[in-house]
Write a new protein. Structure first.
Lengths: 315, 315
């Protein structure tokens, strides 16, 4: 039996898993990324952790045949990272080469959302489909496009950056510096922005009550929870978000025409109250032929998607 | 030497070419499609024409190893046509099977714009690039996405239908029945619609003069020609079109992140007056990393792109 490592490198913590060639996680753990200590420090620490895990599982290090990593930034040719979002690491580091020097094990990387998409496609909600698009609706919106066995990683690692597709020509300002990006409407942050804006003119609603009038407390979850209870203020925001979510998904359908759309992340947790509206609105945005046999599913792997998908980069 | 057939089936005429395995057109011709006579009639007529061409070139029919076809409609698995736009032919016909029965030669098909994209990518403006998006700016807007050796044809043949990506939530009504589609702004028809609208309130301009005040005469070319002469009315329309063209291209860049964007079709003939504005506006819509090394090129194969690309489906 051969074994594989999946690593999901995050801004604060990095998740590390040891898997078999079926994508089953035999053991996993989380360590501080400590990016401030430098890239070599972090990579060495990851490899030491892998060796400890292997020892605990009584797995010889010779049987570890691949390391896959999900990276918060654009990855070129599954080896080089164009830049690390929020890390004090150099541009264009060949992480694959570095990790192979440290470990002696073949290493491949891809963007973290692409890796989640790969995990969900191979082992989760997308199992059995050959064309999938995974949309991670979290603080921002990320996407991973999988077509006939391969991720669309792009010429410079920006493939699947659907969060920055523009839905309004002069829309809301985005963290990227541009305007009207999909993620300014459909991310958890987008939900919060719209809610904060509306709370300035409407304080007699369930959301305002749920946060005790303290705007600092506001999370997307408050809106979804109140909507589920039937609060009209919250329902109207869910409708607003669903409209843009449908427009964004519709555009992806017209361009990629996948078998399945997989929604993950905090906003997806809103569940049917959001999904039902999206299914209702989608025919206004997507060509009929792209919806006919389409499945829209919620992600199934949760936090394991990154580790599983990363390991699959080398299986 | 083996030979290949490329066919570009159009609403009125179908272009047929006989090519060598380098994609060189040895002979080509055009026949009436006569779709009204039925699919068997048209396919037989195409094959008869191929045999005549082969005879003229003194090529034995045994050396014809493949037939590729560009189809005006969504194609599934390069064999089955979901429906023919504007043809009185049945849905879900397996054209590949039918043509193989008639000719005894392996036959593969894809959507006509996808096939143009394949031609430009392999033999024209995209030669040498592994990731390209071809945008055909004609009566409508079509797209063909080529990534690492394969077209993104989609689960139901609608891959690359970027003309129906929505750029305005409540935008101009499109022929597809939806609103705000890319093609309502960036196609030749889009240029005409906007110009007609503006001519209602402004008749003292070069365009109005060029068409002798006869709105029926108006073509996109009038607008581009007057813009090149410096007419302000025309320049302002070019600017409007360039804005939406940049937004649409920007979205494609953020999702696919290709090496090269290839523009073809009538609107692309506007040339630098349009392209320069697009290059100027693109940084407002596309992530910087997707533009850094991007090439934006005009198609190079003209009317041969379809035949060359079609033949490549079986080479």
């Amino acid at each position: 039996m051969n074994y594989f490592v999946g690593v999901d490198i995050g801004g604060t913590n990095s998740k590390i898993g040891l898997l078999n060639d079926q994508g089953d996680i035999l053991k996993s753990t989380s360590i501080k990324t400590d990016s401030i200590e430098g890239v070599d420090y972090t990579l060495n620490k990851i490899w030491e952790t892998v060796l400890e895990m292997a020892e605990e599982l009584d797995i010889s290090r010779d049987l570890i045949k691949g390391i896959g990593m999900g990276i918060p930034g654009p990855v070129i040719d599954q080896k080089k990272v164009a830049f690390f979002a929020n890390f004090p690491w150099e541009k264009n580091i060949n992480i694959s080469e570095k990790m192979e020097e440290i470990s002696g094990v073949k290493t491949r990387l891809d963007n973290d959302v692409n890796v989640i998409a790969l995990g969900e496609t191979l082992y989760g909600a997308g199992k059995g489909y050959s064309k999938s698009v995974t949309i991670a609706l979290g603080t921002g919106v990320g996407g991973g496009i999988f077509v006939d066995g391969k991720l669309i990683s792009g010429a410079t690692g920006a493939g699947g950056e659907i969060g920055h597709m523009k839905l309004e020509k002069e829309g809301k300002l985005c963290g990227c510096g541009q305007k009207g990006c999909f993620e300014t409407y459909a991310s958890a942050t987008g939900v919060i922005r719209e809610t904060l804006s509306r709370l300035q003119i409407n304080k007699t609603n369930g959301v305002y009550k749920a946060i005790d009038g303290d705007l600092n407390k506001l999370e997307a979850k408050h809106v979804f929870d109140e909507a589920k209870k039937g609060d009209e203020f919250a329902l109207s925001i869910v409708d607003y978000v669903a409209e843009y979510l449908s427009m964004g998904i519709g555009n992806v359908l017209n361009i990629i025409n996948p078998d399945v759309i997989i929604l993950s992340g905090g906003v997806a947790l809103a569940g049917d109250i959001l999904l039902d509206k999206v299914k209702e609105k989608l025919p206004n945005y997507a060509l009929a032929i792209t919806i006919e046999n389409l499945k829209i599913k919620l992600g199934e792997l949760g936090n394991d998607a990154g580790i599983k998908g990363a390991s699959a980069l080398t299986i």
